[in-house]
Ligand binder design. Structure first.
Ligand SMILES: *[C@@H]1O[C@H](CO)[C@@H](O)[C@H](O)[C@H]1NC(C)=O
Ligand SMILES: *[C@@H]1O[C@H](CO)[C@@H](O)[C@H](O)[C@H]1NC(C)=O
Ligand SMILES: *[C@@H]1O[C@H](CO)[C@@H](O)[C@H](O)[C@H]1NC(C)=O
Ligand SMILES: *[C@@H]1O[C@H](CO)[C@@H](O)[C@H](O)[C@H]1NC(C)=O
Ligand SMILES: *[C@@H]1O[C@H](CO)[C@@H](O)[C@H](O)[C@H]1NC(C)=O
Ligand SMILES: *[C@@H]1O[C@H](CO)[C@@H](O)[C@H](O)[C@H]1NC(C)=O
Ligand SMILES: *[C@@H]1O[C@H](CO)[C@@H](O)[C@H](O)[C@H]1NC(C)=O
Length: 874
């Protein structure tokens, strides 16, 4: 007999083992093929959930590459399979010899900086045999760093499952493809999404909502899982699934658009008499959502879910039902009507009638076509409406799965994500955006061929204009940074060098300040805050304009503290921070002298402004600048400096529209604008809810406020507007609601309608949404915000460049004789085409051939009156 000391660990181990076996023992289904390939790694490893992964290095699955050897690299995360990746600039293929039949294929991505590969330069297509699973896909666009995309593919007899990763190629720029992990898991032949012969025999065929009584999900289709929700319950890990390693998400209230209650009984013994046990794990059927006890209210409303989906595809919607209310045994008790995408899908849904009893799981399949009516995204609505003739006026739903079905060409990739522009493309966009849409070319007496001449002129003009334009082009786009030194930085250092030789921060006497502000002349006040007034002042014999912030008596505090903070603030130097030039603490005054920002606050340019609205690109550039400034604050010292009061009135714009963050560090000094919140520091509407709840300030609080700023910039609405209906008052909440409902594009600044490129909009909105996530931990870092915004700008510029190539570069020109009389009184339209051999003008409306005319005078007039004339003989 063993003694106690050896027994205890043994028991402990036994306990753990027993526990694990209970959790995973005898799943209802055992997959024949269950391959977990950890790409870019070697040998076997175990993930935290105890599943085994094998490294692809030296494995029998490949990869087979085209040219160079795909590179493997490590990411800075521990968890398998995300810690390593397979990357390549050329195409590579994995070949999986598997048994015939339907399979789950899961692709794991972790978007990170991998050594030797520029982050965000991943753009690729993934094909499985003839199916296109992902096209022009970039993992770095996603807000989530880690994610899995799940597909269902049927593998025919004597065929292998080939997965090919094809990087996008575009001119000189190299994009790469990458993958962190691949999972291939068999699924049961029957009832698992595909319409098998058993389903047909038993009549378990999906209804084609609004189209036909039946829709066969044929094996010739590939499916992509879009939603898999455990309604009313929590998330279910792959190892807790019924043997297929599916991940079920928490049936979050995010998607539930109506009020509901969540009946739940985790100890419920389920009777699988109508469907196989593997359809879904028990936990799915043990929880549900229903409407609650108010019959009056229920009969006037729907239990509604809204699931945003891409348009242009058929979707398979599987609804899981199980009557878990012990008192409901009789059919006709809880009857409801099901609408999918506002169309009648099921006149009378009665779970007891379908399943014969309560505690008996059941499912129903529907296919619905979501047409593309010009919008990329659509909110698929699932509405359950209680039937008034039922005893109980209520509805119930336990789980939802939504799959996108491939189209006739085997394609699942919808929205064609545009790749980030080639290095020179943004430059092209910048030049072109300043050329006018319409030009008139007057042609003198002897008209021959005007093509070449017109172009020469045109180019000269472009060049001339470009030179002056570059002065005002923003320095933030990457190409600019690479190609030129930052002019603003230069200017600033010149300015500071002259006024503050060798010092970071200059001391001003009160007299100097009085001279600068004309003895605090009220006419010079440019801003008023809770802390005091801001004056526009002139220093250095009137040569330098500055902003002078004079603290009110009651905002002033200890002189020592003031000096320490000045020292700290003066060390913070960044192009996107408003620089502190000097200070004055004579006679108990507390005065700060800043660089002057000629264009005022960002807030001032968003609403109630007499100025022209900012263009979308300007707004993006302003956001990028502010994000950079904040990133600098968060990372420039060992302990992050938290701004605490990020808002559109604290983002200032200089004479060249470069954005700079102001008032940083002031809140820490207690010098902040206290017209705001007394409970916590900050401004209502921008306040991080996590901070309010826990009173703990982190950089992520700034990220939250920045997200609000992003929505403000997009919608031109104030962060908090008490004049609106309650639902719309708080912009962050309202925007989130609109995103959920798929109506975000309806609340944007009307001026921006149709001016934002689809890809750019998507990236921007997702980013802003993630910034205002409820919990700090879910929000991105300022660094990520910066990168995503830059990427959004690239997408915008790229889109503008490409549309300019097709429509806007159409020029109109008039053909005239020397005396000015029109030649056939015609205006001709042509298109400027840029190619490697030069630029050509091609006509659209007519052939340009004028026999007998051999000398041309062309004058090009653009709307802003610059014109060029060219004589050409040929
Ligand atoms: C992977 O990329 C790094 C950096 O470009 C390079 O040094 C290394 O040789 C590459 N490895 C392979 C196997 O190509
Ligand atoms: C898969 O790839 C292998 C090797 O590239 C090829 O021989 C085979 O024909 C492919 N199979 C399918 C089904 O595409
Ligand atoms: C599926 O296959 C059946 C039989 O081959 C065919 O009649 C049906 O049109 C197909 N369904 C779809 C949606 O392609
Ligand atoms: C039920 O709903 C109706 C309509 O919304 C409401 O007027 C009534 O007060 C509710 N009854 C209860 C008991 O909450
Ligand atoms: C429930 O939803 C359907 C479909 O969207 C709609 O036609 C119906 O008007 C809704 N009923 C109520 C009471 O909101
Ligand atoms: C990827 O996007 C580019 C630019 O939008 C497009 O020209 C190309 O055809 C796309 N590639 C595929 C495979 O769709
Ligand atoms: C646009 O400007 C860039 C930067 O000065 C220049 O290199 C490029 O050639 C210009 N492109 C055109 C089409 O004029």
């Amino acid at each position: 007999m063993k003694n106690h000391s050896t027994l205890t660990p043994f028991f402990f181990l036994f306990f753990i083992f027993h526990h694990i076996t209970v959790a995973t023992s005898t799943p209802p289904y055992i997959a024949v093929d269950n391959i977990n390939l950890d790409c870019g790694s070697f040998g076997n490893s175990k993930a935290t959930d105890e599943r085994d992964w094998i490294g692809d290095i030296g494995s029998k699955y490949g990869p087979i590459e085209e040219n160079n050897k795909p590179n493997s690299s490590e990411a800075s995360v521990e968890s398998i399979p995300y810690s390593t990746a397979r990357l390549s600039y050329s195409q590579f293929t994995y070949v999986f010899p598997v048994t015939p039949g339907p399979k789950f294929v899961r692709l794991y991505f972790y978007s990170a900086a991998y050594s030797g590969f520029t982050k965000s330069k991943d753009f690729f297509t993934v094909k499985a045999g003839s199916f296109t699973l992902l096209r022009n896909f970039s993992a770095s666009i996603h807000t989530e760093k880690y994610f899995v995309r799940e597909f269902c593919i049927n593998v025919e007899k004597n065929k292998k499952l080939n997965l090919t990763f094809i990087p996008f190629t575009s001119g000189s720029i190299s994009y790469y493809a990458f993958i962190n992990g691949i999972e291939v898991v068999s699924m049961p032949m029957d009832y698992m999404y595909y319409t098998s012969s058993s389903s047909i025999i038993e009549g378990k065929v999906p209804v084609y909502v609004g189209q036909a009584p039946q829709f066969y999900v044929n094996y010739s289709m590939a499916l992509e899982m879009v939603y898999r929700l455990n309604i009313g319950g929590s998330s279910i890990l792959p190892v807790q699934d019924s043997g297929m390693f599916r991940q079920w998400s928490e049936g979050r209230t995010d998607y539930l658009l109506s009020d509901g209650v969540n009946p739940r009984d985790p100890s419920l013994k389920l009777k699988y008499s109508k469907i196989p046990k593997y359809i879904a794990p028990d936990t799915v059927y043990q929880s549900a959502a229903s409407m609650g006890p108010n019959r009056t209210r229920n009969s006037m409303s729907n239990l509604t879910w809204g699931l945003p989906v891409e348009t242009g595809f058929n979707y398979l919607v599987r609804l899981h039902f199980c009557e878990i209310e012990p008192l409901i045994h009789v059919s006709g008790t809880r009857e409801f009507t099901i609408y999918i995408d506002y169309q009648l899908a099921e006149e009378t849904a009665d779970v007891i009638l379908w399943a014969d009893d309560n505690d008996t799981p059941y499912y129903k399949d529907y296919v619905v076509m979501i047409q593309n009516k010009g919008e990329d995204s659509h909110t698929l609505a699932i509405d359950l409406h209680p039937r008034t003739d039922a005893t109980l006026r209520d509805a119930i739903l336990n789980g939802v799965e939504v799959f996108k079905l491939s189209d006739l060409s085997g394609n699942l990739a919808g929205l064609n994500m545009v790749p980030p522009p080639m290095d020179q493309q943004p430059a092209l966009a910048a030049n072109k955006s300043n050329t006018k849409k319409t030009r008139f070319i007057a042609i003198g007496s002897s008209v021959g061929f005007l093509v070449v001449a017109a172009l020469v002129c045109f180019k000269v003009l472009c060049k001339l204009k470009k030179t002056e334009l570059y002065g005002s082009y923003h320095p933030l786009a990457k190409w600019w940074r690479w190609s030129r030194p930052d002019p603003y930085k230069r200017e600033f250092s010149r300015r500071t060098a002259s006024s503050l030789p060798g010092e970071l921060c200059r001391y001003f006497s009160l007299n100097e300040i009085k001279t600068a502000t004309n003895n605090f002349n009220e006419d010079l006040i440019v801003g008023v805050g809770g802390f005091g007034n801001v004056y526009k002042g002139l220093i250095e014999q009137g040569n330098i304009t500055v902003a002078i912030k004079r603290m009110k008596q009651e905002s002033r505090q200890g002189a020592h503290e003031f000096m320490t903070e000045i020292e700290m603030l003066s060390k913070l130097r960044h192009v996107h921070l408003v620089s502190l030039i000097g200070y004055c603490n004579d006679e108990g005054e507390m005065i700060l002298v800043y660089e002057y920002m000629a264009n005022g606050t960002l807030g001032h340019h968003l609403y109630d402004t007499p100025n022209d609205p900012l263009t979308w690109k300007q707004r993006l550039q302003i956001c990028i600048g502010a994000a950079r400034g904040l990133h600098y604050l968060h990372t420039c010292t060992k302990h992050p400096i938290i701004h605490r009061d990020v808002k559109t009135t604290n983002i200032l714009l200089d004479e060249k529209w470069v954005s700079k963050v102001s008032d940083f560090g002031l809140s820490k000094m207690g010098l902040d604008n206290t017209a705001v919140s007394t409970l916590v520091k900050g401004t209502w509407g921008y306040l991080d809810p996590d901070y309010v709840r826990r009173q703990q300030l982190t950089e992520k609080s700034d990220v939250y406020s920045f997200g609000v700023v992003m929505f403000e910039v997009l919608c031109a609405r104030k962060a908090l507007n008490q004049g609106l209906q309650e639902e719309e008052r708080n912009l962050a909440c309202w925007a989130r609601k609109c995103i959920k409902r798929g109506t975000i594009s309806e609340i944007i600044d009307p001026y921006l309608m149709n001016k934002i490129a689809a890809g750019c909009f998507k990236v921007y909105v997702e980013l802003a949404k993630s910034c205002v996530s409820d919990h700090g931990i879910e929000r991105p870092k300022m660094n990520d915000v910066m990168e995503k915004l830059e990427f959004a700008l690239e997408l915008q510029e790229y889109a503008e460049a490409t549309t300019k190539d097709t429509d806007s570069e159409v020029v109109s020109f008039r053909v005239a004789t020397t005396n000015g009389a029109p030649w056939y009184n015609s205006i001709y339209h042509g298109q400027m085409l840029e190619s490697t051999s030069g630029t050509e003008l091609s006509t659209i409306s007519t052939e340009l051939s004028y026999p007998g005319l051999d000398s041309v005078t062309i004058s090009i007039t653009s709307r802003d009156d610059s014109s060029g004339t060219k004589n050409n003989s040929s």
